[in-house]
Design a protein around this ligand. Structure first.
Ligand code: FAD
Ligand code: SF4
Length: 508
């Protein structure tokens, strides 16, 4: 008797272990587009749907029978699946461990309806969930660095024969923090345009873009101009392009933000990686190889490896450890509504304006823009973590709940009470002006702490430490900020409080 192999839209790899457990020519693959109620950037939809349709073609070319339902075929995933199961008399449903909680709930409900479900291990992460749970057991706080070292040792990445890390150090972050001044001193290097940005739209993509425009007219952005690869070949080419052209300087300028260079030396691989078009180990070994061949320095390669087997696996582990309650975290009791300029980009704060316009145009910002401009602002302004989470999930081409939850709620907004970040990522204008060129074209003055023209980041930064002084006074990583604030004359503090309140009240 045959099986059905359920493949979710973010499991698009021939290495999918559910395919491995099935028999080509006998079993049928199930791949459904979902017309869910959540809104999403149109480019994100085009990217994901085109990748799904390309993958279905690839499966058919490889001899698989595929039951593929397009947006217009069935409005809801559950109905489509019910219909599939009624048409096919199957022995069991094979599915690879899903990436998101809601997908797991779907599987549970299928199993509860009497269908035999067999779940196979994921190939999209290198740290099995159980292993992460063992790592986390009994710990009040988790340190990414501890997880990362364990993963490096287990996988033997950038390790010497004597068991020590390559170069003698686990982490070269200190070398990876060049400022805008360093960048200018280096001759202001800019990367060649990424290969992904030069490609032409495929006929399939044009078709999908038209459908997305028709089905989701109210969603953010344009459906045209998807700039990321939607096939395995395209994703491999994008990875090769990064390793060859941007990896050598990736580390140096990893934290730098430039107004006219939104992607800098970043890899742009998160979106294809999160759909399964790339797998983590091939990205890591390609980077390691670039180090071994002398093409890229250790600091850059180690920095990149840490992002993939360190941060990416860590946020995934935290998600599965803490779900489903994690999504409701609000440790700092932040309740303000998301301001409307997060959609329109209409704000006089140049850093926010640039970054929001970029994400509206492309569905992408790089990490430091997400963390130290957007996340920082949302943290300081006390925006509801749930509203912030939904906005990130909607806007980014690489966004999925499993990766968004810990990044937004844990890392950026400190909403989990510091479970995964020992201190809040709060920064004043001093940080932004050091690490970017936004301030030179802004109407606000990054050096002004209060009064006319003072940068709102400065007002909000001190107001944040004022509001949360008791909580952060006892944290060794933030106590200095609290005592610096408390040492200021009361009259000065009152001016900052008043101006911060006025700024927040004027935000709609
Ligand atoms: C508020 C916020 C929201 C984020 N939302 C997402 C998201 O929806 N999807 C997503 O994949 N990443 C997210 N990240 C992590 C990171 O910002 C993106 O992975 C990265 O910017 C994607 O661009 P890139 O591929 O050019 O990455 P690079 O800067 O080139 O980094 C290399 C790779 O490392 C991985 N990586 C690095 N940092 C992280 C991290 N913190 N968590 C997970 N993976 C990481 C990604 O796979 C990335 O492709 C978020 C970070 C923050 C602070
Ligand atoms: S001055 Fe303030 S608001 Fe303006 S760009 Fe700099 S940090 Fe942003």
């Amino acid at each position: 008797m045959k099986n059905s192999i359920l493949i979710f839209g973010d499991q698009l790899t021939l290495e999918n272990t559910a395919l491995g457990a099935g028999v080509c020519g006998r079993d049928v693959v199930v791949l459904f587009e979902a017309r869910d109620s959540a809104t999403a950037h149109k480019i994100k939809r085009v990217f994901q749907l085109t990748a799904m349709r390309e993958f279905a073609e690839l499966l058919r070319k490889n001899g698989w029978e595929v039951d593929y339902r397009k947006l217009g075929d069935t409005p809801c995933f559950a109905d489509a699946l019910k219909d599939h199961l009624e048409r096919h008399s199957i022995e069991s449903l094979l599915v690879m461990e899903p990436n998101n909680w809601s997908q797991q709930e779907i599987i549970k409900s299928i199993a509860a309806s009497g269908v035999a479900v067999k779940t196979t291990p994921t190939c999209q992460f290198v740290t099995p969930r159980e292993e992460f749970f063992r790592f986390a057991k009994g710990k009040k706080r988790l340190l990414m660095e501890a997880h990362y070292r364990q993963a490096r040792q287990k996988l033997g990445i950038l390790m010497r024969d004597d068991g020590e890390p390559e170069g003698g150090s686990w982490n070269y972050d200190a070398e990876n923090r060049k400022t805008v001044r360093d960048w200018k001193k280096d001759g202001a290097p800019k990367p060649p345009p990424a290969a992904t940005r030069r490609r032409n739209q495929s006929p399939m993509e044009t078709e999908v873009a038209a459908e997305v425009t028709m089905w989701f007219p109210e969603d953010v952005g344009r459906a045209e101009g998807c700039w990321l690869p939607t096939t395995r070949e395209g994703a491999l080419e994008a990875l090769r392009d990064f390793i060859e052209n941007r990896l050598p300087l990736f580390g140096d300028y990893q934290d730098l933000m430039l107004q006219d260079s939104p992607t800098m030396f970043h890899s742009l691989i998160a979106a294809p990686l999160n759909l399964g078009l790339l797998l983590p180990m091939e990205c890591v070994t390609a980077a390691e190889q670039a180090y071994k061949s002398g093409h890229a320095p250790l600091a850059a390669v180690e920095g990149f490896v840490r992002q993939i087997i360190g941060w990416r696996e860590f946020v995934n582990g935290v998600y599965w450890l803490k779900m489903p309650d994690y999504l409701q975290s609000n440790g700092l009791v932040a309740t303000r509504k998301l301001p409307s300029f997060f959609y329109s980009g209409e704000t006089e704060m140049n850093c926010l304006r640039c970054v929001i316009h970029e994400v509206r145009d492309t569905a992408y910002n790089h990490h430091i823009q997400r963390l130290m401009i957007l996340g920082n602002f949302l943290l300081l302004a006390g925006i509801s973590p749930q509203e912030a989470h939904d906005w990130f999930l909607e806007m980014y081409i690489d966004a999925h709940e499993w990766v968004m939850a810990a990044n937004v709620l844990g890392m950026a907004l400190h909403a989990d009470g510091g479970f995964m970040a020992t201190k809040p990522y709060a920064g004043s204008a001093a940080y932004i002006s050091k690490m970017s060129n936004y301030c030179s074209s802004c109407r606000f003055d990054p050096n002004k702490k209060s009064g006319h023209g003072a940068c709102p980041f400065n007002l909000l930064y001190w107001d944040f430490y004022d509001r949360h002084a008791d909580r952060f006074a006892s944290n060794p990583r933030t106590s200095m900020m609290v005592s610096a604030w408390r040492k200021r004359p009361e009259a000065e503090r009152e001016i900052i409080r008043r101006e911060a309140r006025a700024f927040l009240a004027g935000m709609t």
